[in-house]
Design a protein around this ligand. Structure first.
Ligand code: MFK
Length: 628
């Protein structure tokens, strides 16, 4: 290394032409000889050897990966839209938006990351103000979200049942450049959905028009305050916030919300227990009701809220997340008393879909950067793209991303059909089942794929100001918030039992219909794999029906993974069978179906859900050393 530096330094003196080039500029390999170092005699006031001068640090600077129009770079997205939503207007909007993302928005996203929000608790005169100060870029994101209709598209429904797909495709492009603004948008969309499902009337008619507005002046975002100190997952038992009825029919909320995301929102939906005349509340889920509250008064001051502090998080640092003391927050009850969880579940469905969109968007973004980088970085005498092992790694990431994309779009298609009254009973069941499945599976995939993606940049993937580490940090939350992997696996079991197995029937029927339509001989191996996994799953479930519930609880995560992998396989096959599909579509389907598509069967076969395993698992986890 030293030898190289010395050599380049000597050389720099030789080629100097008196021009300067900033070191930070990305020079190509061919420009190496032109990187200039100021010779000592150029230093003002210096004769001969300068006392101080810019050291020779070598002439090679690696070209950075370039973000290109994410719409034009995405073959699967374009193919999917050509197949399902062949609208020139949609295509053109996404292409222009993709250009805007590259030109300006991606830079704002970075600005949000490096200028995190801060809390101003007091004004200079000692008055409590609890102001959350966000970066100008964060505020520009809000205006952009309204202008681009990132929530509105889903409610305008200009494309009927495909409007949700259109909206989510746009969010998918936006997400990795958004500086996490997709988080408030997810909750805003979820709140609009809840209000719409309850009926848009007083006191939330104005709020609904704001949440779904394209006018930046009118647009509002919403929070979703569910998490308390005792309950992140177990909301039913952990919620301590109480709602005191007022004589005018409104309520005052008092409690402590432990984890409120995007706390600069204009309004929120939240849960609390209504007190009776004796001040008593009902415990458990049945005691929870859902409330609407405006966060600030007309002067822009928070009302009935103290912002205790902002959270210091691993990622999502762009976005304010706060602990809030509710101290008599004025609120309106929207749900029936005791129906809070069921009512806010509509919001959870939407935010979980957004979560899945963000997961697949993160995977796609890291791949786009990695494949560009592979055309710019040379190692061992050739470009990365010419190393078969490197291409194999990127191809595996691509297969994961394609499977995830198709699953997420399937859920978006289903919610679009449900919202426009086109969904059959089967599709409604499928939507209920696939929402937690997609959320839990893509959350895990995103962490794995993005982590692998960072590795494809070598050490640079670990360097903060490349922007790459933030992608991994931000992905890590996707499997945590909106229900952890295990909570969502249990949600899968819950919807199976609450529907008396109808959601599974819908799953089997639809997966089989996807396979039945696949006629390409080149896909037959993949079709056989999915078919056999499906049969294995059916047999497993029939046998499991005779076991105690604790068996299925142990199998819940593997069951959810099996549902995801099989369904993704069927979707990849289905997409590859479309007349406009490419060879790569077929290849992706084949590769996907090479894995264990039904881990719940293979794990059951080796006794993983045997009743002897829980104490053994616990003993393993808590084994103590007996040696001194
Ligand atoms: C980029 C993306 C960004 C996303 C941004 C989000 C930022 C926000 C951060 C957060 O707020 S994170 C906190 C999110 N919290 C959770 O996700 C809670 C996780 N826990 C669960 O999901 C539990 O399963 C749950 C709280 C729902 C369990 O509560 P219960 O009271 O034990 O539920 P129960 O008794 O099974 O169901 C009550 C009702 O709700 C039932 O309706 P019915 O009474 O009519 O039968 C259920 O059917 C219904 N329900 C529950 N889960 C549902 C659901 N309905 C539809 N879908 C679901 N998933």
């Amino acid at each position: 290394m030293m030898a190289v530096n010395r050599q380049v330094t000597r050389h720099s003196y030789r080629v100097c032409t008196g021009l300067y080039r900033p070191l930070s500029c990305s020079s190509s390999v061919s420009m190496v000889q032109k990187v200039l170092v100021r010779p000592p005699q150029d230093v003002p006031g210096a004769e001969g050897q300068a006392e101080f001068f810019r050291a020779g640090i070598g002439g090679f600077f690696q070209e950075r990966p370039m973000l290109k129009n994410p719409f034009l770079e995405d073959a699967l997205l374009q193919g999917y839209l050509r197949r399902h939503l062949p609208s020139e207007a949609v295509y053109s909007d996404l292409r222009v938006f993709g250009e805007r993302l590259v030109r300006e928005v991606d830079g704002w996203g970075r600005e949000c990351e490096v200028t995190p929000p801060r809390l101003v608790t007091y004004d200079p005169w000692g008055c409590r103000v609890d102001r959350i100060v966000t970066s100008p870029a964060w505020q520009r994101m809000k205006d952009l979200s309204a202008q681009e209709g990132l929530v509105a598209i889903g409610y305008e429904r200009s494309y009927g049942e495909w409007s949700r797909v259109y909206q989510m495709c746009k969010l998918y492009l936006y997400s990795p450049s958004s500086g996490l603004y997709t988080c408030p948008l997810a909750m805003t969309d979820g709140a609009a959905k809840v209000i719409q499902s309850l009926g848009v009337s007083w006191p939330v008619a104005d709020a609904f028009s704001r949440l779904t507005s394209r006018d930046p002046e009118h647009f509002w975002t919403s929070g979703q305050w569910m998490t308390e100190r005792r309950g992140g997952s177990d909301v039913g038992n952990g919620t301590e916030t109480v709602a005191l009825p007022q004589s005018d029919g409104t309520y005052r909320l008092s409690g402590f919300k432990w984890f409120t995301s995007a706390t600069d929102a204009d309004m929120t939906l939240t849960l609390a227990r209504v007190t009776d005349v004796d001040g008593q509340t009902t415990s458990g889920s049945r005691g929870l009701s859902m409330f609407y509250a405006a966060v600030r008064d007309e002067q822009g001051m928070v009302q009935g809220i103290e912002v205790q502090r902002l959270k210091d998080k691993l990622g999502t640092r762009q976005m304010p997340t706060a602990e809030l003391l509710l101290d008599g927050l004025p609120a309106h009850r929207l749900s029936e008393e005791g129906r809070g969880v069921a009512c806010i579940a509509n919001m959870l469905t939407v935010t979980r879909i957004h979560n899945s969109v963000s997961a697949v968007a993160g995977m796609r973004r890291v791949l786009q950067l990695a494949r560009d980088y592979a055309t710019r970085r040379s190692t061992f005498g050739k470009l990365l793209r010419d190393h078969p092992l490197h291409m194999q790694t990127l191809a595996r990431m691509e297969v994961e991303t394609r499977g995830a994309f198709l699953l997420v779009m399937e859920v978006c298609r289903l919610i679009g059909r449900e919202e426009t009254g086109h969904a059959s009973q089967l599709e409604t069941h499928l939507l209920r089942l696939l929402t937690p499945v997609a959320k839990l599976y893509t959350g895990k995939q995103a962490v794995a794929v993005i982590s692998e993606g960072l590795e494809s940049f070598g050490g640079q993937g670990y360097i903060e100001d490349t922007g790459l580490p933030a992608m991994l940090r931000d992905a890590q939350v996707l499997s945590i918030w909106e229900g952890t992997t295990n909570v969502l696996s249990l949600d899968v079991l819950r919807c199976v039992s609450r529907s008396s197995g109808l959601v599974l029937q819908a799953y089997f029927t639809h997966t089989q219909s996807l396979l039945a339509a696949a006629s390409l001989p080149s896909l037959s191996v993949a079709v056989r794999s999915v078919d056999s996994a499906l049969s294995g799953l059916r047999e497993f479930l029939q046998a499991a029906a005779l076991t105690p519930p604790s068996f299925m609880e142990l199998a819940a995560r593997d069951l959810a993974y099996s549902l995801a992998r099989i369904y993704m396989g069927a979707l990849l096959i289905d997409h590859a069978s479309w007349e406009g599909a490419s060879h790569s579509d077929a290849y992706a389907a084949l590769r996907w179906c090479e894995q264990d598509l039904c881990p719940v069967v293979s794990k059951a076969a080796i006794g993983c859900y045997n009743m002897k395993t829980p104490p053994l698992d616990a003993a393993l986890v808590y084994e103590e050393s007996t040696r001194d």
